[in-house]
Design a protein around this ligand. Structure first.
Ligand code: AMP
Length: 282
């Protein structure tokens, strides 16, 4: 396993691979790896000659008062886990190398960043799009894999790649869950045992909506109201947002016809968790 910290060294590694006509798959992460991340890596392995991950807790996607300083980090453990699923190289840059003094270029994806997490975390997707564009320029992947767990992020990055004509294929991996339904997340580490139980309300509310759609409910308003009720009845849990949107442009829908995505963000204690599921009429 190679751990490359410097941008010029990473570029040299990529140049050597490119010279041999070989391909690269990149899985960008913020580290503290779990089975969700590993699912993306297992998917990526067979898709290219080389599997590279990046681990970078990107300061520009955190707002004031968010958990940048406390975000969990564990490089030795991450290295072992990544190695176990065939990762060949970890790009592990420092914040000072990615954003040196005088840095002033950012990528703004408009419109689809306005709602959902974009509304409650201003500037978040500007940071995400910027860092992923930089990672794409440094690692030059043929394929990059992102998780559906962060559904809006995936949609924003697909749009960025399309709009800026980037030479990378973006692929999605389904959300990986704990056995009881909780979507895996590095932030689950912040939860106490009691909060961990309360956090199940996210997946339960989504599953309940899915069942109601199967039984004929079509009103987004009714589905959202029930999810909000479930969350509000759960101790220590407050709604950040509950939305039902179209799967591509993420515009709110009033009725479920065909496919829609229900997305929600909930604060459990001090921890903000997100989850989403597809709702589909047959
Ligand atoms: P993060 O380290 O949280 O920035 O996540 C890195 C990548 O892993 C992103 O593309 C996430 O969407 C993806 N990811 C994180 N958690 C999960 C999960 N539970 N299931 C699927 N993908 C995930």
């Amino acid at each position: 396993m190679e751990i490359i910290r410097e941008i010029p060294a990473m570029k040299a590694w990529v140049r050597a691979v490119r010279k041999r006509g070989e391909t690269i798959c990149l899985v960008p992460t913020m580290g503290y790896l779990h089975e969700g991340h590993l699912g993306l890596m297992r998917m990526g392995g067979p898709l290219a000659d080389h599997l590279v991950i990046s681990i970078f807790v990107n300061p520009t996607q955190f707002g004031a008062g968010e958990d940048l300083a406390t975000y969990p980090r564990d490089l030795p453990r991450d290295t072992e886990l990544a190695g176990s699923v065939g990762v060949e190289c970890i790009f592990y840059p420092g914040a000072g190398a990615m954003y040196p003094p005088g840095y002033c270029t950012y990528v703004e994806v408009e419109d689809i960043t306005e709602g959902l997490c974009g509304a409650s975390r201003p500037g978040h997707f500007r940071g995400v799009a910027t860092v992923v564009a930089k990672l794409f320029n440094i690692v030059e992947p043929d394929v990059a894999i992102f998780g559906e767990k962060d559904y809006q992020q995936l949609a924003v990055l697909r749009k960025m790649v399309e709009d800026l004509n980037m030479n990378v294929q973006v692929l999605a991996h389904p959300t990986v869950r704990e056995e009881d339904g909780l979507a895996m997340s590095s932030r689950n580490k912040y939860l106490s045992a009691e909060q961990r139980k309360n956090a199940l309300v996210l997946s339960r509310a989504l599953l309940q909506a899915r069942r109601r759609v199967e039984r004929g409910e079509r009103s987004a308003e009714a589905l959202k109201a029930e999810a909000v009720r479930m969350i509000e009845q759960t101790p220590e849990s407050t709604v950040d947002y509950v939305e039902i949107v179209d799967p591509v442009l993420l515009r709110p829908v009033e009725r479920i016809e065909g496919r829609a995505v229900m997305a929600l963000a909930v604060r459990v204690g001090a921890t903000r968790l997100i989850d989403n599921m597809t709702l589909e009429t047959s």
